[in-house]
Design a protein around this ligand. Sequence first.
Ligand SMILES: Nc1ncnc2c1ncn2[C@@H]1O[C@H](COP(=O)(O)OP(=O)(O)OP(=O)(O)O)[C@@H](O)[C@H]1O
Ligand SMILES: Nc1nc2c(ncn2[C@@H]2O[C@H](COP(=O)(O)O)[C@@H](O)[C@H]2O)c(=O)[nH]1
Length: 215
Amino acid sequence: MTSEQPRIERRGLLLVLSSPSGAGKTSLARALLDTDPDIRLSVSATTRKPRPGEVDGEDYWFVDEAKFKAMIEADEFLEWATVFGNYYGTPRAPIEAAVSKGRDVLFDIDWQGTQQLAERMAGELVRVFVLPPSGEALEARLKRRAQDPDHVVAKRMAGAAAEISHWAEYDYVIVNGDLGESIAGLKAILAAERHKRERMTGLTAFVRDLQAALT
Ligand SMILES: Nc1ncnc2c1ncn2[C@@H]1O[C@H](COP(=O)(O)OP(=O)(O)OP(=O)(O)O)[C@@H](O)[C@H]1O
Ligand SMILES: Nc1nc2c(ncn2[C@@H]2O[C@H](COP(=O)(O)O)[C@@H](O)[C@H]2O)c(=O)[nH]1
């Protein structure tokens, strides 16, 4: 017997990852994007300089301050914030297009951006906060990543407690000790959220047809 999975229309969701710098958002995001073809990354714009290996248009849109400010003026951001002295923002158009097509989008943004998304797109939003297993582990990860100079690592460690203070504004929390377990947890959150009744806009018609076939 073959069984086919029917496609039920549903609204897309916006899955947000926030954490203190170095807790593992990028690692979790990459693992999810590599294994789940149904979610795509929101590529932010930033005035931060690219790290070694970062690609314009893939990791970020790297822009100068004048360009970023012009984008703010033109209302091109869904949200934006200053983080560690640089501007970061989510371009509006790709997100609105994805949501209108029922696609899921993954965000790696800070608490300020998450609060702005909560004001604008609360019904679509799923917020996940990532905690490091300890302060020592966080510092070790930032140093081991070896992509930022010492003073940048120090600035990010100094901002960690302030970022963590927003953990209770999130729907889910992942303590990222073992990366494999954390990836499994993130996938479980996404799977459950995709099954939320209120997101499944095609369910009423599907159940009606099912009932008609059964009576
Ligand atoms: N569970 C884990 N165990 C050990 N190392 C980890 C774990 N998760 C991530 N790392 C490592 O920690 C470093 C920081 O991770 P990552 O770049 O994913 O953090 P981030 O939260 O995206 O940081 P940022 O906010 O600065 O972009 C990387 O070198 C990554 O390989
Ligand atoms: N509010 C927003 N925050 C963002 C966005 N893109 C990234 N970020 C956050 O900035 C810090 C630093 O990132 P890094 O790549 O320089 O390490 C981190 O907390 C990101 O989550 C954005 O578009 N809006």
